[in-house]
Design a binder for this molecule. Structure first.
Ligand code: PLP
Length: 438
């Protein structure tokens, strides 16, 4: 059934190894394989399908646009689809939030946006260095990869990954250690070995790195540090943005205003490739074509994006629904964690961006994901040791389907944990001495 893939598709393929079905159709939060078997999707294309698979409201607009021979590819030519996107993004997203940004359309992937953002910061400041954070993930092309922590991804290109220094993210040493003070000291001490960087690049919630959540206070302190020293603050909102944490921009509730923001994944609304760099107007020092690309401006994605923004962000209905479903998700997972000895499983996240961490027993996360897949739920893992089960349901998932998926996840977690962990009794004081390998 998967022979053609095994034979011809490069060994680099990855997600299909964890979820080895041959998928055929999808709708909302449901995926169906070629035999018609149903899966509830709590992964949503790593946060690309916030509005669900084949969202019928967006689909209608796309079909109309295709039928009318709307422009699909136009390099960066002016098109009506691009105009409508810009007007809608300005009037529905930026203006009500009092944000003033110019918009750059780089190539259509997230890593393109990060490349452009880092390059712009370097050009504008005339400085080369960028500070990124432990467990950060920013993409796979050399510039963005330089800012990605994971050594598995970095190692082949190690010799090319220059110009980035890593600082500890919020909570890296536990809640007690103030990691902004550490960064401040490095930046302010002319003898620290860290030259003043062009930019600080961060995710407000680290997606691939393990659903690590920065506190609002930490984000504000990083912003102040940047302001005091003329360093640009770049927020990579590719995974945490577009409503994932409950607000359109994940940084907004922290009260910070980044100099540059990258968006991708769900900005294309329908799983269509698209990415954006938002920059404060005074930073726009690009010369024409200085950062170029054939697939800048995917007009079909503009159409989908415009429609999604109109439907879902013109009022706060979606935001409220996200908060409500986030509450349901967190409550169910907390109850689940409480079934096990203290600290074995823990929940963290913001909005519908949630992780269940198995820090003392990292292999549990992969096993829970595999067991959930066998039982019809798609759930990915993340974190340096793949120790975190990641919950990224489509934001539009119906509550009863979310509950249905959670019933399965609860059952699967119990199955895995009871196999792995010896539940404590009077004569086993340290439950984790008894880990059983499957
Ligand atoms: C996915 C992701 C990227 C890279 O996007 P691609 O489209 O895969 O290149 C960059 N930053 C963050 C935070 C991401 O989640």
């Amino acid at each position: 059934m998967t022979t053609i893939f095994d034979t011809y598709e490069s060994a680099v393929r990855s997600y299909c190894r964890a979820f080895p079905a041959v998928f055929h159709r999808a709708s909302g939060a449901e995926l169906f394989d070629q035999s018609g078997r149903r899966y509830i999707d709590l992964f949503a294309g790593a946060g690309t399908l916030n509005y669900g698979h084949n969202n019928p409201l967006i689909k209608r607009r796309l079909i109309d646009y295709l039928r009318d021979d709307g422009i699909i590819h136009g390099l960066d030519l002016y098109t009506t689809a691009k105009r409508e996107f810009l007007e809608t993004f300005e009037s529905v997203i930026l203006r009500p939030r009092q944000l003033h940004y110019k918009i750059q359309f780089p190539g259509p992937t997230g890593t393109n946006a990060v490349e452009a953002a880092m390059k712009l910061a370097r050009k504008f400041t005339g400085r080369n260095g960028v500070v990124a954070f432990t467990n950060g993930y920013h993409g796979m092309t050399a510039g963005a990869l330089a800012a990605t922590g994971n050594s598995y991804h970095r190692r082949i290109s190690a010799g090319l990954l220059n110009g980035v220094n890593f600082a500890p993210y919020d909570g890296y040493f536990g809640a007690e250690v103030d990691t902004v003070s550490y960064l401040r000291k490095l930046i302010e001490d002319a003898s620290s070995g860290l030259d003043k960087p062009a930019a600080v690049l961060l995710e407000t919630v680290q997606g691939e790195g393990g659903v690590n959540v920065a506190s609002f206070q930490w984000l504000r302190e990083v912003e102040s540090l940047c302001r005091e020293h003329g360093i640009l603050l770049i927020v990579d909102d590719i995974q945490a943005g577009c409503g994932r944490t409950g607000t359109f921009f994940s940084f907004k509730p922290a009260g910070i205003t980044p100099d540059i923001v990258t968006l991708s994944k769900s900005i294309g609304a329908y799983g269509l490739p698209m990415s954006l760099v938002l920059m404060k107007p005074e930073l726009d020092c690009w010369e024409p074509g200085e950062h170029n690309g054939t697939f800048r401006g995917n007009n079909l994605a503009f159409v989908a994006a415009t429609e999604a923004i109109r439907i879902y962000w013109s009022n706060n209905t979606l935001s409220l629904a996200i908060q409500h479903k986030a509450h349901v998700l967190r409550r169910r997972l907390r109850e689940l964690c409480d079934e096990f000895p203290d600290g074995v499983l823990s929940v963290r996240g913001r909005g519908l961006f949630v992780g269940m961490a198995c820090e003392t027993c990292p292999q549990a996360a992969r096993l829970i994901s595999a067991e959930a897949f066998r039982n019809g739920v798609i759930l990915e893992t993340c974190g340096a040791r793949d120790q975190v089960v990641k919950f990224l349901p489509p934001l539009i998932i119906e509550e009863n389907m979310l509950e249905e998926a959670l019933d399965i996840v609860v059952q699967c977690t119990r199955t895995v944990m009871h196999r792995l962990v010896k539940i404590p009794s009077a004569d086993t004081p340290t439950p984790f001495d008894q880990e059983i390998q499957l």
